[in-house]
Design a protein around this ligand. Structure first.
Ligand SMILES: C[S@@+](CC[C@H](N)C(=O)[O-])C[C@H]1O[C@@H](n2cnc3c(N)ncnc32)[C@H](O)[C@@H]1O
Length: 483
């Protein structure tokens, strides 16, 4: 992330699209959309307090008035919802770096007790489809009788979420008055997208993972078959032009897969599991130690991107979320087209009988907690040691271990187990046709490589770097346990 960035928008404050035209004819009726548990202080405004223009500064509650008619003022949110139907961003910049667009802090963030909002994206800017029947999407942009409705309707809401979202996206991109026609300019093109759905057969063979390659071939075939079934020569032009060739449809599925957020949203009394394309929030890159998260603010029907409570962020640092907690690299590759050498959830399929002592291994690296929430205490790390990273956390999870009450480890037994485990790691490494050094050299030799080719080589490199790190961690463990 250290290379020079090309700033896209300088958003500090408010960027709006589309700017809603709000008319304030009446403000004192009580209708749907008010808070289900009205605040006793603010409910209905006095009937004689007619308001033609916004009565109060933005986000400030109306002053409490003595009400001669015993009526209470409406909840201030009633006014607020009229103002907030636009995207807002606070204290962030969107910039382009080596992993495409990302979101960066435009000023220092001091740790706060409560999570802090950095983006607000209202429902009407998103493309969403419900996961269960009776399915529906929002905003309701498809006119009655449009054939894309029947195509979407022919899919399985629970399993075909990506095909469904791809159809909706293609339709939105085609609609003149739709926000996504503008936003589409900022989405990665087929050349920029890292999704393996767009990979060539050569790219897939470079993964050095036949299972992942075969999964991606099947996924691509599924998308192609769907396109062939629904974009046959007899379809009306309004369908045909959405994806004139299969590559366009596969690009749309890649966008849907790599940018969709699954969220439970509540709208009124209805709670639904939705697949959502959320503009602007979909520019957040992934981290295994994210500083932000997404939150559905049901009262305003918007998604908030929030900084974790207690998080300190320096100006220029990247804001990130966790896309898929607890997933190995091959799953991140399947859906998003990237991997990491420090994925704390990666696994090595050890098959021998060797085990090391769990508590000793954890204490050597100052790791505490339960496996699902291992935490590395870097304050305790000696000699300014930066050795522990996500890969060592993954090692603690994936190495075969034993623990038996207070029974202490016997150093000679531990040393034997370490040797066996390291040998098994070496055997796994030897099965790859190239070494990590060769992979790195190959990457360095082609700085202009296609994204999917680069992604494939990085994946196999990350796998090897992880296994090498485990071997190193076992070395350090062995040295420490002998004293
Ligand atoms: C939701 S988008 C994030 C915005 C994206 N960077 C862009 O340019 O539009 C997800 C895509 O970003 C990239 N990405 C996100 N997090 C990443 C990471 N930690 N490392 C590498 N690539 C990442 C991958 O290409 C992924 O498919």
């Amino acid at each position: 992330m250290a290379t020079s960035f090309v700033p896209l928008h300088q958003i500090n404050g408010c960027f709006t699209y589309p700017r809603p035209e709000i008319k304030y004819n009446r403000c004192h009726f009580r209708g749907r959309g008010l808070s289900p548990t009205p605040c006793p202080k603010y409910r209905l405004r006095p009937t004689n307090a007619s308001v033609e223009t916004p009565p109060f500064p933005l986000f400030q509650p109306p002053p409490l008035e003595e009400s001669p008619s015993q009526l209470e003022p409406a909840d201030p949110d009633f006014y607020k919802i009229g103002y907030v139907r636009s995207m807002r961003a606070y204290g962030i910049d969107f910039k382009e770096g080596p992993d495409g667009f990302g979101v960066y802090a435009s000023k220092d963030v001091e740790p706060l007790r409560r999570a802090r909002v950095i983006m607000e994206i209202p429902l009407e800017l998103m493309l969403t489809i419900r996961q269960k029947l009776p399915w529906m999407f929002f905003p309701d942009i498809v006119p009655l009788g449009h054939p894309i409705f029947d195509i979407i309707n022919s899919t399985n809401p629970e399993t075909d979420w990506d095909l469904r979202l791809a159809c909706l996206l293609l339709y939105a991109l085609d609609r003149d008055d739709n926000f996504w026609q503008l936003y589409g300019d900022f989405l990665p093109s087929a050349d920029e997208c890292t999704s393996l759905l767009l990979a060539t057969e050569d790219d897939l063979s470079l993964l050095q993972d036949p299972d992942l390659a075969s999964t991606m071939r099947n996924q691509r075939r599924r998308a192609l078959e769907f396109w062939e079934k629904n974009w046959h020569s007899g379809v009306p032009l309004k369908i045909k032009r959405l994806a004139r060739d299969p590559e366009r449809f596969i690009w749309a599925v890649s966008i849907a897969q790599s940018r969709c957020i699954n969220m439970q949203v509540r709208i009124g009394a209805l709670v639904q599991d939705a697949n959502m394309l959320i503009p602007y929030a979909d520019m957040l890159n992934h981290s295994f130690q994210p500083n932000c998260f997404l939150h559905w603010r049901f009262k305003d029907r918007m998604v908030e991107v929030m900084i974790n409570a207690g998080q300190r962020i320096k100006k220029g640092e990247e804001m990130t979320i966790d896309y898929m907690s607890g997933q190995q690299n091959h799953l991140l590759m399947q859906r998003y087209g990237f991997s990491s050498s420090v994925n704390p959830w990666d696994v090595i399929p050890f098959s021998g009988n060797a085990h090391i002592h769990l508590d000793s291994f954890l204490s050597v690296f100052n790791i505490s907690g339960l496996p699902g929430e291992y935490y590395h205490n870097s304050q305790l790390a000696d000699k300014g040691n930066n050795f522990v990273n996500g890969a060592v956390i993954a090692a603690a999870r994936t190495l075969p271990t034993w623990s038996d009450g207070d029974v202490p480890p016997i150093p000679s037994m531990e040393r034997k187990a370490v040797k066996e485990l390291q040998e098994e790691c070496q055997q796994i490494l030897a099965q790859f046709p190239t070494t990590s050094a060769e992979d790195q050299k190959l990457l360095d030799s082609m700085p202009e490589a296609r994204r999917t080719l680069e992604t494939a080589i990085k994946y196999r490199l990350h796998r090897k770097l992880f296994i090498e790190k485990v071997i190193e961690a076992l070395d350090i463990y062995q040295e420490c346990i002998l004293f």
